[in-house]
Design a protein. Structure first.
Length: 180
């Protein structure tokens, strides 16, 4: 039963990737990417990599996908959802897929793979303990770096907004003087 669910989740991951690559609509492509990313997180859970799965969901599904969908919806060309991939070339894409699939199959069968049966368990507790004991300085430096980047982005946005406001005020004054 576990193998069947694993195969089903893998099919969803590949199907989402294919939908992302082959979709003519940018919204459908983003939703295909969302399906693929969630399926990959489920595959991480099957491999007992719970920390990586949660990171995948938080960072990619929660952050990147929301950012991508908002940028699609708020972009100036948001009415042209169906023209994002008009020059999609099917034959070159299929040729590339066949070549890379052949290389992957060759590498899989020519490699001397050894699988070690083992008991895998959750790793989140150990990673958390490492972050808060052995690597606390690095963890705090990364958090300070993130705060500095956010403040810097806010300052740059503020300067840009002020510059645009000044430029638009200058244009309106020039237009008023030209009318006189």
């Amino acid at each position: 039963m576990k193998d069947a669910i694993f195969i089903l989740v893998a099919v969803f991951a590949v199907g989402g990737a294919l939908l992302t690559a082959a979709s003519q609509s940018i919204i459908n492509a983003a939703l295909g990417l969302l399906l693929s990313l969630i399926s990959i997180a489920a595959l991480y859970i099957f491999q007992s990599a719970d920390f990586v799965a949660i990171s995948q969901i938080l960072v990619y599904v929660g952050g990147v996908m929301v950012l991508l969908l908002f940028s699609i919806m708020l972009s100036s060309g948001s009415t042209d959802f169906f023209k994002n991939n008009p020059a999609m070339k099917v034959f070159p894409a299929l040729l590339i897929v066949v070549v890379f699939a052949g290389l992957a199959i060759y590498a899989l069968f020519s490699a001397n793979l050894t699988f070690y049966p083992g008991q895998y368990g959750p790793s989140t507790r150990e990673i958390g303990n490492l972050f808060l004991k052995d690597y606390i300085l690095v963890f705090e430096l990364v958090s300070v770096l993130i705060v500095v980047m956010l403040v810097g982005a806010g300052v740059m946005l503020r300067k840009e907004l002020v510059r645009k406001a000044v430029a638009s005020d200058g244009d309106s004054k020039d237009e008023k003087e030209n009318k006189k």
